[in-house]
Design a binder for this molecule. Sequence first.
Ligand SMILES: *Cc1c(COP(=O)(O)O)cnc(C)c1O
Length: 394
Amino acid sequence: MKKNDTSRALQTRIVHSQDEITPGFESFAAPVTRASTVVFPDLATVRALDWRDDSQWRYGLHATPTSAMLTQRLAQIEGGDYALLQPSGLSAISNVYFGLVKAGDDVLIPDNVYSPNREHGDWLARDFGITVRYYDPLIGAGIADLILPATKLIWLEAPGSVTMEVPDVRAITTAARARNVVTAIDNTYSAGLAFKPFEHGIDISVQALTKYQSGGSDVLMGATITKDHALHLKLKQARMRLGIGVSSDDCSLVLRALPSMKARFEAHEKSAFALASWLKTRGEIAAMLHPAFEDCPGHASFVRDFTGAGGLFSVVFDERYTPAQIDSFCEALELFALGWSWGGSHSLVMPYHVTSMRTAANWPHRGTLVRFYVGLEDEADLRADIEQALATLA
Ligand SMILES: *Cc1c(COP(=O)(O)O)cnc(C)c1O
């Protein structure tokens, strides 16, 4: 409809936009393009639609200019060529499973994997005719002995986000490539900044954008990033069939936080490293599971492959403290909140009972593990807070 076409009723003019946006407006904010319906100029365009073509707009579920802007930036950060968005990190993991495996296939998962990934794998094994086996995250080249003709997918997580073992990614991807098995890494720990998966032979990288990318503890989103076009299409098709999409509003929140991500990541890393260095000297702590410290299994792989660490680390308390005492320690913390997730400004803490979380690899510690996420509070305040909570253990 033309501007100021008064031949039509006001109600029609309100419904059909007559706005001509003034050219010349420019700002730094990503425009939020909301859509379910995408409007086509003619039917020839409709008939030429091909879901494989990432440059076409079809339907708001699949992509909008705002979501496309985010996928491009995420692919750049990760060093990949294609990215797809999902409404959570877990649904990105699910997208990988549904894109790649079918009944009769076999999947290998590290024993220290993010727990909901494990539950997803167990569910596929129980109800969808897939075999799922767990491997020692420190298996390295030994993974070759576990690969069967039916093996279609090997998961990696570097490091495991609770117990922090750092796998030898290159050894695992080399064995996988030799047998044409796809590898997918949960790269959330590094935010794509500190570990570049495609330089180490990985096929698919998964990010929980809920963490550092969103940075505000207020958005849930995930991404799968690839370099191989055929793999991208497999994931894209599964995503389409599952009806997976994200809102442009949420994308704009992540786009808003991305420019500060590197600075935030480095600030988290600096405080976390300082606190870990101090905690390591405390008599209450039996092991420091921060990949930059030698106690941490896979430390050598971390030094070789990573350029940074972010704000996450775990400690194992001396076994003289009961789980109930460690619970009290966590609850005595005032600045570290009890809660899942990480990547925001606020520090978090959570105790874990690791033995009940694994089946393949031996867990050598007897004390309780506590994971810290170090936020953007003043470091001295955080240290004083941990100190007063440790005092309650005495
Ligand atoms: C948080 C997290 C996820 C899942 O992200 P959600 O958006 O919370 O579903 C996946 N993997 C790792 C390692 C995570 O920390």
